[in-house]
Design a protein around this ligand. Structure first.
Ligand SMILES: [Zn+2]
Length: 200
């Protein structure tokens, strides 16, 4: 009887533990994304028995960085920088897409919050932006990060749009055009839409 009781206590404890295990979600040990958000990968202790990070779970990006820290530490920072600029780029493209969502609706006020004062004073006019009343992106070119001679970090992406020209603008008579959207990283590190240009 006594052993049955012990077994049932053990079973109860096991139940509680496994239940607790289910409700606490696995997270990336580096960036904290949960298993609900991304797929997680185990840094296998059998493969990396000498690493103090072994046994941790990582998202795919942090996993690559964690493995390179063990295997080729000299390139880990380079990979980390590259991954970081790629995630920056996704955010910048999202900002540009949001800008054009508003432009497609002719909602100029909604376009301004992500723009620099330079962009607002150069490109915005009564009833239009950059010679157009409305513009809808039909194609994005490849984006590119670059640096000005003054060391300012920039990003440019070419867009092709279907558009409605402003009366009297140089685009009058056309219904599509291509130009560049230039973004700039300000001193606080925040990216903003800085200019629209036909040529860069
Ligand atoms: Zn991560």
């Amino acid at each position: 009887m006594r052993s049955t009781k012990i077994v049932s206590i053990l079973l109860a404890a096991l139940f509680v533990f496994s239940f607790a295990g289910c409700s606490s979600k696995k997270k990336c040990a580096s960036c904290g994304k949960t298993e609900d958000e991304v797929e997680l990968f185990l840094l296998d202790p059998k493969v990396y028995p000498n690493s103090e990070d072994a046994g941790n779970y990582y998202c795919s990006v942090c996993y690559r960085i964690a493995v390179s820290r063990i295997e080729v530490p000299e390139i880990a920072d380079a990979i980390s920088d590259q991954e970081k600029s790629q995630s920056d780029e996704a955010a910048l493209k999202e900002m540009v897409a949001k800008f054009f969502d508003a432009f497609d609706k002719g909602d100029y006020e909604q376009m301004k919050p992500d723009c620099s004062l330079n962009c607002i004073s150069n490109c915005f006019r009564d009833g239009g932006v950059f010679g157009m009343k409305r513009a809808k992106v039909t194609e994005y070119g490849p984006g590119e990060f670059y640096e000005t001679n003054q060391g300012v970090h920039m990003y440019k992406i070419k867009v092709t749009v279907d558009m409605e020209p402003l009366e009297g603008s140089s685009l009058a008579g056309q219904n599509s055009t291509s130009f560049y959207v230039l973004l700039l990283q300000n001193v606080g590190g925040k990216w903003i839409i800085h200019d629209l240009k036909t040529e860069v």
